[in-house]
Every structure is written in structure tokens, then in C-alpha cells.
Design a protein around this ligand. Structure first.
Ligand SMILES: Cc1ncc(C[n+]2csc(CCOP(=O)(O)OP(=O)(O)O)c2C)c(N)n1
Length: 205
């Protein structure tokens, strides 16, 4: 079990993505985050990454800079972000006002069997211990001033508002429970995902 989490990721992501329109571009991190996003409703303006661990924040930053009139929302896992911590510092150099990053932190490598990830506490014993890494603190230390951690249902309404509308860059670490959930997969063909995203965003050009 995750140390203290009480939030369920599926209804949470559904709430975050409620009422998504053409203004919202969503980049999904590999594995569990993508199943959550797809469960909320597959749409062309979702770009779920398959296997590209560590890529979502960089991709979200590029998209935010290229499409300043759109809101870009990255939803990913703690271990995914841990692969590319430097991307947070690059976000901070650019300060994109239209970028929000939401990290669903279950303190595990969920997709590969729930091994303790770096955000797991150090007290799990020598073979299954994390480092207690605090990704919100890391994001703030990188220069993303609006970085915070959300743990309670009571804070979800503000979380949704911040991710969808507050001037970026916004970083939210959300502590979520470890749960065994059904796979709800988006299309698996990367070329198709890219083409439908481009078409929905740019038209047939
Ligand atoms: C470079 C690379 N290393 C390892 C993997 C295998 N892998 C796939 S998902 C995953 C764990 C993802 O954990 P997290 O991002 O925290 O998401 P969770 O499923 O726990 O929500 C790993 C290690 C990969 N796809 N790419």
C-alpha cells in the first residue's frame, strides 16, 4: 500500500478532464496514467505515450510553447517523471503560462509490478525501499514556484481549477492509492495517435 494516500486515481482523473474541449491538449504518461485518461474518454486531443518513459513533460513543454492559445496538461506517474527530472528545470526556464503538470504519485512502478519507486518511504526494508523523494519540492527547487502536493478529496476541486485554468507553469503532485484496476487502453498505433492529434489541432494542413 502507498504510505498515506486516500485518493482513487480513476475518478480523480475523470474529474480533472471533465468538460474537456478543443482548448485542452492532454499528454499522458505511459501505463497507468494513460488507462486513467482513456477511461475518462478517448479523444483525438489526448496524446498517450506508449513506452516513452520520461518524455511527457518535454513533449508538453514543446506543445505549450508552440500552441500558446491552448491549455496543455501533462498527466503522468512519479516513476515516469523521475526519468527526466531535468525537464522540470527546462520548464522553469521557459515559464509557459499555459502548461500544467499533474503527477499521480502512487509511490510505485505500478505498471511493472508495484515495486517501490523513489518517492516511496525509506522504511520498506532493504529490498523494497524508496528514497522518500519529494517531486513537488524538486519541481519548486527547479524554479516552478507554483508547485504543491494534494492528498485530500477536499482539495480536489481546487486541484482541478489549478490544472485547467491557473496561470502556469503549474505543478501538482497528487498522492494516489495503489489499486488494481482494469486496463482501459487508447489506440496503440503511434502514427495514428500522432495523425489524429495533428488533425484535431491543426486541421488537415
Ligand atoms: C526507459 C524505460 N524503462 C522502463 C520501462 C518499463 N516501465 C514501463 S511503466 C514503468 C513504471 C511506471 O511507473 P509510474 O510512472 O510511476 O506509473 P504507475 O504505473 O505507477 O502509475 C516502467 C518501469 C519503460 N517503458 N521505459
Amino acid at each position: 500500500m502507498s504510505s498515506s494516500a486516500t485518493l482513487h486515481r480513476r475518478p480523480l482523473v475523470k474529474e480533472i478532464l471533465k468538460g474537456s474541449d478543443d482548448n485542452l491538449l492532454v499528454i499522458g504518461g505511459l501505463g497507468s496514467s494513460n488507462w486513467d485518461i482513456t477511461d475518462a474518454g478517448d479523444r483525438p486531443l489526448n496524446m498517450p505515450l506508449w513506452g516513452a518513459m520520461g518524455a511527457p513533460v518535454g513533449m508538453g513543454l514543446g506543445l505549450a510553447l508552440a500552441q500558446p492559445s491552448k491549455r496543455v496538461l501533462v498527466i503522468t506517474g512519479d516513476a515516469d517523471l523521475m526519468m527526466s527530472l531535468g525537464s522540470l528545470a527546462t520548464v522553469a526556464t521557459q515559464q509557459p503560462g499555459n502548461l500544467a503538470i499533474c503527477v499521480l504519485d502512487n509511490e510505485k512502478f505500478g505498471e511493472t509490478g508495484n515495486q517501490a519507486s523513489h518517492t516511496s518511504p525509506r522504511n520498506n526494508g532493504p529490498t523494497n525501499s524508496g528514497a522518500g523523494a519529494d517531486l513537488a519540492m524538486i519541481a519548486r527547487g527547479c524554479g516552478i514556484a507554483d508547485s504543491d502536493t494534494v492528498r485530500e478529496q477536499a482539495d480536489v476541486a481546487k486541484l482541478v481549477k489549478d490544472l485547467r485554468t491557473t496561470k502556469g507553469p503549474v505543478f501538482r503532485l497528487v498522492k494516489v492509492m495503489v489499486e488494481k484496476l482494469d486496463f482501459v487502453m487508447p489506440p496503440q498505433d503511434g502514427a495514428h495517435l500522432k495523425d489524429r492529434f495533428r488533425q484535431a489541432l491543426l486541421g488537415s494542413a
